[in-house]
Design a protein around this ligand. Structure first.
Ligand code: CTP
Length: 398
């Protein structure tokens, strides 16, 4: 089935008290013009009648009690194929366990098994169930396999406890859905993205590095791949799972990163250097562990090559995007780097600002392009920043 025929938001509702919020989610989706197909589990029908969802979505709800006529008209594979995005909200611990184990023993899990659409799962349950290590392990597995998860909210739970486990507000789920059904506007792009820190070894047990978490680069890789690009992620050491569909090439030192980037440069259409490449490495590497001494220890460093500058000299049609981590004179310093490295766009952030640090999930950036446009953006998630960078990249392309 062609991508443009996958138009439905397929919403799987499993049995929990938060089902009433799924009703509101359907209302919001319909109001925004999304065609919604609801699938309910048997448990969900104990909380809300299918008629409620049917009335709001304007379509019969698919349930386990699907009869053969309905199956031949709608069919579980057709349902799976019609999804632009597949959402499960609320997702119970049971449904999450079944998905993780590959069990498809009801309509919801069967359709989910057959879908190729991005899947968004919104867990909602009692706080102790949510904290259960088995459930947490399942969530980690799903994340690793490329499922999108929306964290439960904190607050008063229907079971009487206070804590994490509430289904997030329907608006928050809607926002994630919007992001996931972005069109494939980066089809044909071959992106080379670097991420994370580099590590410059001193001896077998020590190295010099920086606080980069890699989150910005990984968010770019995720967004690029979701929007249809072929993505190669050249990453220094991080604690992150590589996004689904992205080719990961792990490196350690700046020299290794340079090597990998230069090898791939000719065949890519754009490079985004989000890595925090160390500017220096220790002179010489001690084969043995350097022993403690009473005297001061002088560490001599020599410069690493500037990878991005080298790309700027070599570029042949590729778009080049750099980052500028600054602590002062943000715009002026970033503009200098844009010109000195022959870039098409630079993303500058003040790493001293709260919400804009190396290892957080958010960023506050100023995006400057080669035409001189300067856009200062408010605090947003690194995923949102990534999407905006690609919107601007497309503007530059055209
Ligand atoms: N960069 C690179 N190679 C290096 C250092 C940096 O390719 N050896 C890239 C970074 O990935 C980033 C951009 O250059 O996209 C700017 O990095 P930044 O550390 O902000 O600037 P520097 O050029 O290193 O200048 P300074 O450290 O003096 O601010």
């Amino acid at each position: 089935m062609a991508d443009n025929e996958r138009t439905n938001v397929v919403l799987g509702v499993s049995g929990g008290i938060a089902c009433y919020k799924a009703v509101e989610l359907v209302r919001l989706l319909v109001k925004e013009g999304y065609p919604v197909q609801v699938i309910m589990t048997r448990g969900a029908m104990e909380f809300v009648a299918p008629l409620t969802f049917q009335t709001l979505s304007g379509r019969p709800v698919a349930t386990e009690t699907f009869n053969l006529t309905q199956e031949s008209e709608i069919g579980h594979i057709n349902l799976a194929d019609s999804a632009a995005v597949f959402v499960i909200a609320p997702a119970t611990a049971n449904v999450i366990g079944k998905i993780t184990a590959g069990i498809a023993d009801d309509l919801l899990t069967t359709v989910l098994m057959a879908t190729q659409a991005p899947v968004l799962i919104a867990p909602a349950m009692n706080i102790h169930m949510y904290e259960n290590p088995v459930l947490q392990e399942n969530l980690r597995k799903l994340r690793r396999l490329g499922y999108h998860l929306i964290e439960p909210a904190e607050g008063y739970l229907a079971c009487g406890y206070e804590g994490k486990g509430r289904l997030p507000d329907p608006e928050a789920i809607l926002e994630q859905i919007r992001g996931l059904i972005k069109k494939k506007d980066l089809l044909g792009e071959k992106l080379l993205i670097t991420a994370g820190p580099s590590r410059e070894p001193l001896d077998p047990v020590r190295y010099i590095s920086n606080r980069s978490s890699g989150k910005m680069g990984y968010a770019l890789a995720r967004a690029g791949s979701r929007r249809g690009a072929e993505v190669l992620l050249i990453s220094g050491p991080t604690a992150l799972e590589p996004p689904a569909g992205v080719k990961l090439m792990p490196v350690t030192t700046a020299a290794e990163m340079r090597h990998a980037v230069l090898d791939e440069f000719a065949t890519c259409t754009a490079v985004i250097m989000a890595a925090a490449v160390a500017d220096y490495h220790p002179v010489g590497f001690s084969q043995q562990k350097i022993k403690r001494d009473k005297k001061p220890f002088d560490l001599r460093l020599e410069p690493n090559p500037d990878i991005l500058k080298e790309l700027g000299e070599k570029k042949n049609g590729q778009l080049l995007i750099g980052f500028a981590a600054e602590t002062e004179n943000l715009t002026a310093n970033a503009q200098k780097k844009l010109h000195a490295k022959n870039l098409d766009m630079i993303i500058a952030n003040d790493v001293t600002k709260e919400g804009s640090s190396f290892d957080g999930d958010t960023n506050i950036v100023t995006i400057i392009d080669r035409g001189g446009a300067i856009r200062s953006l408010p605090l947003m998630s690194k995923d949102e920043v990534a999407d905006l960078i690609f919107d601007y990249l497309l503007t530059l392309r055209h």
